[in-house]
Design a protein around this ligand. Sequence first.
Ligand SMILES: [Zn+2]
Ligand SMILES: [Zn+2]
Length: 137
Amino acid sequence: MSDQVWEGGCLCGAVRFRARGAPTNATLCHCQSCRRASGAPFVAWVSFPRAGFGLIRGEPARFRSSPPVERSFCARCGTPLTYAHDAEPESLDVVTVSLDRAGELAPRDHTWTSHALPWVRALDVLPRHPERRGKGG
Ligand SMILES: [Zn+2]
Ligand SMILES: [Zn+2]
């Protein structure tokens, strides 16, 4: 499965990227940081091997949303793109809907539901985790 190739980019097209490898940990994150970084009530993420991720065009802006976390986004149009945690150097989280074939990457669960907005709860039929999901999901 490591020969999988996924491409994506931001809304304006200034940043394009390619991710190689099998996507894992498809989730909807409700944490406050993701909500504010995206301007959305929750964010769909999927993880790829960090070594298989590369830029095709442009260079995203980066900032630390907390000491161990670096997020990237398009500085021109604002699309959030990636999340990198220093404690997980092998893995890079990519905003699912920035991928061209996002429809193939259905979320498997919800994470950080302890931060979730009350009005999204009624939509939920997936397993729930009060904070992060354990390994292996
Ligand atoms: Zn852009
Ligand atoms: Zn989050």
